[in-house]
Write a protein that binds this ligand. Structure first.
Ligand SMILES: Cc1cc2nc3c(=O)[nH]c(=O)nc-3n(C[C@H](O)[C@H](O)[C@H](O)COP(=O)(O)OP(=O)(O)OC[C@H]3O[C@@H](n4cnc5c(N)ncnc54)[C@H](O)[C@@H]3O)c2cc1C
Length: 443
């Protein structure tokens, strides 16, 4: 076999426990059927890893085989409305290659280290422009995968129900090796900011939601500030690639890697300053292409993995929930003397039923993403925040919500979890692809 096997993987210093027995650097997708079939050579569970940037143990190891897809890195075909690429291609690489051809994805995340395999099968919500496309997986129109039994499968959008399940399958129903994504012509995005206190934000909430565009919020519970970032597609906008966005990207690219995971208040201050500078300039209006807001994080994923957790809440309840979140953060600080040292992010998500575990499956939602440099107290804070979020009717993500518990999952996804579990048991009765993280959360 051309693919390379390593026998003694290093421990993961991020605190995300894995311990696979083998790490296989896959060179050709044609090797996958035999990897899945040979249970003695490639111990169970067989788990894929793409960019390795998830916040949780969704990759897992558990004494099994971790298959690294990084070498499946070919972009195979550019069409006017689609692009075909292998699962190991990073979104950042793809988005820049598309931009050179005057094209873009319908959604562009802010970081580039996401593999297309993960785009196809995990929950990656983005500030959305309209109904139907609020998670990255909804941009996927076709995928090729190898089933747990080693069989090749091609699934297209026409098979809607199957596609919906696969787009939330986390490698539990098969290994994706190729995807087709929808693309559209590159369009300038106008960015405007409005800074409000909670009271004003709540009073203007209906109008803020109704106005067109994608919404990203930057939330500071302790200074009572909500910065509303509106991104509007505007073909007529003249581009003003101000140096300010470069400053922001430079901080993310250079400061973050330099400080690694042990960053303290220096990084926090740097990020806040960059955001502040961006805001000052942006009040005068900025227009840019979506790929210009993308940033590259350190290649060693563990250095940045601790930095946020994510839940989504029904849009209609959001002002009230935000008020409760402010109160929760302040009460937590009073009791435990801990508060996270970065602004919390949030994205408005239009309804998107394209994947079973879509955060906005039941209707429009807004995420809440407490963020931190990972200092002492952060992990405990997230455990309590999870209980707060679940009680407030939140929905979590299996790859971006840390310290998730089965009761949170059951409460949020109800019948959808039961459906997925039944399907998984039928398609993978020997649990070839299931690790302990998903056994714990999904059964
Ligand atoms: C600091 C930081 C900032 C972030 N910012 C953003 C952001 O702006 N926007 C955003 O959307 N996300 C963001 N994320 C989240 C992150 O992008 C995703 O959770 C993660 O990158 C998913 O891609 P990955 O390739 O790293 O997946 P991995 O962590 O490698 O894998 C994720 C899951 O998919 C499965 N999988 C991977 N490849 C395959 C395959 N080929 N076939 C089947 N299953 C597969 C894995 O087994 C695992 O269960 C950020 C994360 C960090 C740490």
């Amino acid at each position: 076999m051309a693919s390379k096997v390593t026998r003694s993987p290093g421990a993961d210093s991020s605190g995300i426990y894995r311990r696979p027995r083998l790490v296989l650097k896959l060179k050709r997708f044609e090797d996958l059927p035999s990897v899945l079939e040979k249970t003695k050579s490639y111990p169970t569970p067989v788990r894929m890893v793409g960019a390795d940037y998830s916040q949780t143990r969704c990759v897992g190891g558990d004494g099994g085989t971790t298959v690294d897809t990084a070498a499946l890195d070919k972009i195979q075909e550019f069409g006017e409305t689609f692009v075909r690429a292998q699962a190991g291609v990073r979104v950042g690489v793809l988005v820049h290659a598309l931009a050179e051809r005057g094209l873009e994805l319908p959604l562009t995340p802010e970081m580039g280290q996401i593999s297309l395999g993960a785009v196809a099968v995990t929950t990656l919500p983005q500030a959305s422009f309209g109904a139907g496309t609020a998670q990255m997986s909804s941009c996927v129109t076709e995928l090729k995968l190898i089933t747990p039994q080693g069989k090749q499968m091609i699934v297209t959008e026409q098979q809607r129900d199957l596609m919906r399940v696969l787009r939330s399958s986390y490698g539990l129903l098969g290994v994706v090796h190729e995807v087709v994504l929808r693309v559209r012509p590159l369009t300038p995005v106008k960015i405007d900011y409005q800074v409000l206190g909670l009271k004003d934000f709540s009073a203007r909430f209906a109008a803020i939601m109704q106005a067109p565009g994608a919404l990203r919020l930057h939330i500071s519970p302790f200074t009572d500030k909500i910065t509303v970032e509106r991104r509007t597609l505007d073909e007529s906008a003249s581009l003003s690639r101000s140096g300010i966005w470069k400053i922001r990207n430079s901080v993310m690219r250079n400061v973050l890697p330099a400080f690694g995971s042990s960053v303290g208040s220096v990084l926090a201050a740097g990020v806040q300053r960059a955001l502040g500078a961006t805001l000052d300039r942006a009040t005068r209006g900025v227009a840019l292409y979506a790929h210009e807001w993308m940033r590259e994080l350190p290649n060693e994923a563990w250095k940045a993995r601790h930095t946020y957790s994510l839940w989504a809440f029904p849009q209609s309840d959001f002002p009230r929930i935000l008020g409760e979140y402010f109160a929760f953060c302040k009460a937590y600080y009073k009791q435990h003397k801990y508060r996270s040292n970065l602004v919390s992010g949030a994205s408005r998500l239009h309804q998107d039923r394209g994947s079973l575990f879509s955060l906005s499956y039941c209707g429009p939602m807004i995420t809440l993403e407490p963020s931190s440099t990972g200092e002492k107290g952060w992990d405990d804070f997230l455990i309590d925040f999870n209980d707060f979020a679940s009680a407030a009717g939140g929905t979590p993500s299996f790859n971006q919500t840390r310290a998730l518990q089965p009761e949170h999952v059951a409460k949020s996804f109800g019948e959808r979890v039961k459906l997925f579990k039944a399907l998984r048991q039928r398609t993978d009765p020997l649990n070839r692809l299931r690790n302990s993280y998903f056994a714990y959360l999904l059964g």
